[in-house]
Design a binder for this molecule. Structure first.
Ligand code: PGA
Ligand code: ZN
Length: 411
């Protein structure tokens, strides 16, 4: 049973403070869980408690003074009960009292501690007896938006290694494309422009979407991967939407929502686009539906649209807004609620994308979460920077040890 939960501050990949929780059992077994942190957050996300000075002391206090006493003596394997206690203790709609950073760090630490106490890999503990599969990675190799210093409005340009027999081959192909992209940028703009964005992607001095798409496509072709590796984008469109004027400010111009639909349809017709996340601002459920019906082969995906919250996913299902969902545990604040959201998506044949945040730690838990739940995809940045590679390397470790099926072939 749980002896205590300790919260403390650690540093994330952007140099900000974030929360780590450590669960210790009576037996002495213990494990930690970290809260990641977003930059382009959805407005409906659970609240990350942050003090005025930028610290997370308030969230750490939530763990030490409220959560720890409430969980003392409980069986660590009772994840559902533990998460429910934290939800009730918080008592708000959006975890604004305890802080979702406090509750998610604790929730993850609880799951990891339970898996150790049972002698199970975390993915096995999460997924139970079902046969596990390895998700297809969405690798963000070119960064824009709030994650980079350039003028690109689209936040992420991804490569998706599909036609490979193993995850290892898929990741090696992706590293090749990543390095080819770096060479292309060096040739065209100079080495000084190969600086990395927050998620490890290169952030060249571009301002127009088309130029970024061309670069990534060329990197795929030059690496000999055309036809095996596809492209994806996360527009994170709420961040360049002007609500007063009702327009999107992109590519040095303003586009109406209808013009944005044509913009994406055109891109999908000229590039091997498989995945498109948050193409519109987070309230425009009906434009998502319209776009998805126009580009049926592309997995239009909701991140800020749903914020890992079943309430908004139900609306999205009703309106047929998206064929895909982003699953970010810290958007909702507990693992139990995250898995409920995941299951609702699966039950409705919606593709799942277990995802990191732009502010991350070296905790590789989401790799186990993705495998444990048999997620279709995992989104965890470029194949560089330790907080991104920790997830890829954990997936490689799982594949190496357990030889699970790579889902790329089934797509
Ligand atoms: P965030 O962005 O973690 O900065 O919110 C990631 C995303 O939009 O997918
Ligand atoms: Zn997103």
């Amino acid at each position: 049973s749980i002896a205590n939960v300790q919260g403390y501050e650690i540093i994330d990949s952007r140099g900000n403070l974030t929360v780590r929780a450590r669960v210790t059992l009576e037996s002495g077994i213990r494990a930690t869980g970290d809260a990641p942190s977003g930059a382009s957050k959805g407005t409906r996300e659970a609240v990350e408690l942050r003090d005025k000075d930028g610290s997370v002391k308030g969230a750490v206090d939530s763990i030490n003074y409220y959560i720890s006493p409430a969980l003392m003596g409980l069986d660590v394997r009772e994840q559902g009960k533990i998460d429910r206690i934290m939800i009730e203790l918080d008592g708000t709609e959006n975890k604004s009292r305890l802080g979702a950073n406090a509750t998610i760090a604790t929730s993850i630490a609880v799951a990891k501690t339970a898996s150790i106490s049972m002698g199970l890999e975390p993915f096995m503990y999460i997924g139970g007896a079902r046969t596990h599969t390895l998700p297809v990675p969405l690798l963000n190799i070119l960064n824009g938006g709030l994650h980079a210093g350039n003028m690109l409005k689209i936040q992420e340009f991804m490569v998706i290694p599909v036609k490979f027999d193993t995850l290892k081959e898929a990741l090696i192909a992706s590293t090749k494309i990543y390095k080819t992209l770096k060479s292309l940028v060096t040739e065209r703009y100079g080495k000084i422009y190969t600086a990395l964005g927050d998620e490890g992607g290169i952030s060249p001095p571009l301002s127009v979407t088309e130029d970024a798409l061309k670069l990534v496509h060329e990197a795929i072709k030059r690496s000999g991967m055309e036809g095996r590796v596809f492209m994806g984008m996360d527009a994170a469109a709420s961040d360049f939407y002007n609500p007063e004027k009702g327009v999107y400010e992109i590519d040095n111009t303003s586009k109406s929502p209808d013009e944005m639909i044509e913009f994406y349809v055109d891109i999908a017709s000229r590039y091997p686009l498989l995945y498109l996340e948050d193409p519109f601002e987070e309230n425009d459920f009906s434009r998502y539906s319209e776009l998805q019906s126009r580009i049926k082969n592309v997995i239009v995906t909701g991140d800020d649209l749903f914020t890992t919250n079943v309430r908004y996913l139900r609306k999205g299902i009703e309106m047929k807004s998206a064929r895909g969902v982003i699953v970010k545990a810290n958007q909702i604040g507990t693992l139990t609620e995250t898995i409920q959201f995941f299951d609702l998506a699966k039950d409705n044949s919606i593709k799942t994308v277990v995802s990191h945040r732009s502010g991350e730690t070296e905790d590789s838990f989401i790799a186990d979460l993705a495998v444990g739940l048999n997620s279709d995809f995992i989104k965890t940045g470029a194949p560089s920077r330790g907080e991104r590679t920790s997830k890829y390397n954990r997936l490689l470790e799982i594949e190496n040890e357990f030889g699970l099926e790579y889902l790329g072939r089934r797509l």
